[in-house]
Design a protein around this ligand. Structure first.
Ligand code: FES
Length: 357
């Protein structure tokens, strides 16, 4: 009896399903009707795996490589099959015909609502030591998340709240502390801090120039609120263990994805909307254009490159933010000699390695 699965395809199969219908995912890889069973597993140790769709139009990425640990769904395992993570040539005739989009204010708009934000051209609102602006929200094609750019001067910031939404803070540069109600957290570049709905937050930036912080909020209609009162002692502040709340970039915790690397930072903040934050390293390369089922914001920490969509591309550099809508075909190229380092927030989802074509 054959006991090894065959790789049917080194990427997942995208399918839209019908509510209540049973689908039988091929686990042996021998079916000619991928990703579904056609009986070819006879004489092997494999059986098809049944999946019943929960809603009409449910979008599923069925594993094609048969190496997933979360069958029938793709879990990104295909990226580590030798030669499966396909690269593209930015100098091909097709790619050379794609023009560079023009920046308008702080935004360079690409296809399908994708854009690159360059904070040095943004109008910031200043409240005390804090200057900030909205980068991503429902007004710019986001459905699941908002993101705010914060620049801090030395000293205590105003007290900030994000209403009924969970938020994830990422320190891009600068040092200091953050107080969440009565708890204090040291901040340095690469610190990620979870702020749960209902909590109040106050920064105290050290006398270092250029303290830059990004805050991602789990709602496309979020806004930054300023509280007049001193920090309280909210019940929310005690619901999250420090080990889950405050995470730091650690090279030892990174995982490979093809020739790229990533480290998960915060996963599913507050247990609410599935969301995840990660840091990734992209070596000099351009991936073949692909899509994700999640919406994503990418903070470019360092390096240079281009964000490509169907008909346009935009230059990116350290400090920029990229917003990528669900299902938008794209490729983020690292064009410089140094790797591109990015911090991504994906919603809905908790696995940034799941890509399809
Ligand atoms: S196609 Fe098998 S894990 Fe993605």
């Amino acid at each position: 009896m054959e006991d090894h699965a065959v790789i049917a395809q080194t990427s997942p199969f995208y399918r839209e399903l019908k509510k209540g219908r049973a689908y039988f995912w091929c686990t042996c890889g021998r079916s000619q009707k991928q990703p579904f069973c056609d009986g070819s597993h006879k004489g092997t140790t494999f059986e098809p795996q049944k999946f019943v769709a929960e809603e009409d139009g449910q979008e599923v990425l069925f594993c094609g490589c048969k190496l997933t640990k979360t069958g029938p769904f793709c879990d990104g395992s295909h990226n580590n099959i030798e030669g499966a993570y396909k690269l593209d040539n930015p100098e091909s005739a097709l790619n050379k015909a794609i023009p560079i989009a023009q920046r308008e204010g702080a935004f360079t708009n690409l296809d399908g609502g994708c854009f690159v934000f360059s904070p040095e051209f943004a109008d910031l609102k200043t409240v005390g030591t804090l200057s900030c602006c909205t980068v991503v929200d429902g007004a710019v094609a986001a459905h699941y998340q908002s993101q705010f750019y914060l620049r801090l001067k030395k000293g205590q910031s105003p007290i900030i709240t994000f209403g009924d939404d969970d938020a994830v803070v990422f320190v891009a540069s600068g040092e200091g502390t953050a107080a969440i109600d009565d708890q204090q957290y040291a901040l340095s570049p690469g610190t990620s801090l979870l702020v749960v709905a209902g909590e109040a937050l106050q920064f105290d930036a050290a006398p270092v120039e250029g303290c830059v912080i990004f805050v991602s909020v789990c709602s496309a209609s979020a806004s930054i609120g300023f509280a007049a009162n001193a920090l309280g002692n909210s019940a929310a502040a005690h619901k999250v263990a420090d080990v889950d709340r405050c995470v730091r970039v650690d090279q030892d915790l990174r995982q490979a994805m093809g020739e790229r690397y990533f480290q998960m930072l915060v996963v599913k903040p507050g247990g609410g909307i599935p969301a995840a934050q990660f840091i990734g390293e992209i070596p000099t390369s351009k991936a073949v254009p692909h899509k994700h089922l999640y919406e994503e914001t990418l903070i470019v920490l360092s390096g240079t490159g281009f964000m490509w969509t169907d008909t346009k591309k935009a230059a990116v550099k350290g400090g920029d933010v990229i917003f990528l809508p669900r299902k938008q075909i794209h490729s983020l190229e690292c064009s410089g000699p140094e790797s591109l380092y990015v911090v991504g927030v994906i919603m809905p989802g908790d696995n940034p390695t799941i890509n399809y074509y």
